[in-house]
Design a protein around this ligand. Structure first.
Ligand SMILES: Cc1ncc(COP(=O)(O)O)c(C=O)c1O
Length: 401
């Protein structure tokens, strides 16, 4: 089986499983318990917190563990919106706001976010918040001037994805956060896909909130973290026993967090270089197929594990099905939206026509992908495309014209 869907999730590294095991069998204490087993769990939790914090230049107490990226993104959007509603941005606190009647506040995001951000924003609109969804250019980049033009005295939060899950675009966070700082607006980035694959430092990039998750980097599924800059005004989503500094109640997932921290420790620059080489080989080979286009940017502005291509006259779903029959796992978009059979909102946002978006395929590699696997895909894929094009009524129709 060739697994090229690491953007959806990754194989858990055997070393991660080994590190987690004792926390199921012997060290199963609740980190909130005061006895020895509990205190041992608490120390372990805090060691893991330190590893995650250090990896992005944060302080330990600025890291909150969550059940994953979806929860962390929901927490940011709803937690910041409700904590700061009616206040406008911090540059305007204390002033009368010339805010639109009926709006509790304004949030800015983009048209290429993960569904958990977009759907949280849509829900916030039903609650009385106003949301601007920024356009992106043909490679998926947000223009800083567009962001600046969208900021109003009502703007509470800007949330922009770091590495795009579908087309691999890596935004220039420093440039975007500088705009937010100018107007004293909170800046959040969803770094689920980019974490450990490109530079991420909350001080150097001036970030207020950052979403991380474990299962894209060979850690366990169901674990994530949120960086919250000290002093940020945010209200919790989950109320209960007051774990995670009162910001995220619920018994801590110690085994999961241990696995997450181990995955972070195992990730390194050599893996990034290795994946980049395989990615570029894959792109070069796939683009030899006629009538094929690469979606998203090239080189270091693209995630090292992402390839997204559109093939004229064929459906991505059909390509995926044929590849699956050849034991090659791929996807047509983000895992969450692929069963919808709707054209990807990200591909439409970079200007593809719906028929081009329908003919797209995402191939996402990991450090466990081998060169032989890439060779096999480059052998099978052109044959699959040729076969599908032979059957395609679209090709016949276009030829007739
Ligand atoms: C960019 C991005 N954000 C958020 C998520 C959701 O993360 P999780 O699966 O941990 O809830 C994903 C992955 O599915 C993602 O790719």
């Amino acid at each position: 089986m060739v697994y090229l869907d690491s953007g959806a999730t990754t194989k858990v590294d055997p070393e991660v499983i080994k590190a987690m095991m004792p926390y199921f069998t012997e060290k199963y204490g609740n980190a909130s318990s005061t006895h020895q087993k509990g205190q041992e769990a608490k120390r372990t939790l805090n060691d893991a917190r330190q590893i995650i914090a250090k990896s992005i230049g944060a302080k330990d107490e600025e890291i909150i563990f969550t059940s994953g990226g979806t929860e962390a993104n929901n927490f940011v959007l709803k937690g910041i919106a409700f904590a700061n509603k009616d206040k406008g941005n911090r540059a305007n606190h204390g002033f009368a706001l010339p805010r639109e009647q009926g709006s509790l506040g304004h949030i800015i995001t983009t048209k290429i976010e993960h569904d958990c951000v977009l759907n949280s924003c849509k829900w916030l609109e039903t609650q009385g918040f106003k949301v601007t969804y920024l356009d992106v250019d043909e490679s998926g980049f947000v223009k800083p001037e567009d962001l600046e033009n969208a900021i109003t005295p009502e703007t509470l939060l800007v949330s922009i994805i770091h590495g795009n899950n579908e087309i691999g675009t890596i935004q220039n966070l420093k440039e975007l956060s500088a705009v937010c700082k100018k107007y004293n607006v909170y800046f959040h980035t969803d770094a689920c896909q980019s974490y450990t694959k490109t530079k991420l430092n909350v001080k150097k990039q001036n970030l207020d909130l950052v979403t991380l998750n474990s299962h894209k980097i060979h850690g366990p599924r169901g674990v994530g973290a949120l960086y919250i800059r000290k002093g940020t005004n945010i209200t919790p989503l989950l109320h209960g026993g007051g774990q995670e500094f009162g910001l995220r109640s619920g018994t801590d997932n110690v085994a999961g967090v241990v696995g997450f921290a181990k995955a972070v420790q195992l990730a390194n620059q050599k893996h990034v270089e290795y994946m980049t080489r395989l990615r570029d080989k894959l792109i070069e080979g796939v683009l030899k197929i006629p009538d094929t286009r690469l979606n998203g940017p090239t080189n270091d502005k693209r995630l090292c594990n992402n390839v997204n291509v559109s093939f004229k006259y064929v459906e991505g779903e059909a390509i995926g099905g044929y590849l699956d029959a050849e034991e090659i796992n791929t996807s047509t978009g983000s895992a969450c939206s692929s069963p919808k059979l709707e054209p990807s909102h990200v591909l439409l946002a970079i200007g593809l026509k719906p028929e081009q978006a329908h003919g797209s395929l995402r191939l996402t590699i990991s450090r466990f992908t081998t060169e032989q696997e890439i060779n096999r895909v480059l052998d099978v894929l052109p044959k699959v495309i040729a076969k599908l094009r032979k059957m395609s009524p679209l090709v016949k129709f276009i030829k007739k014209i």
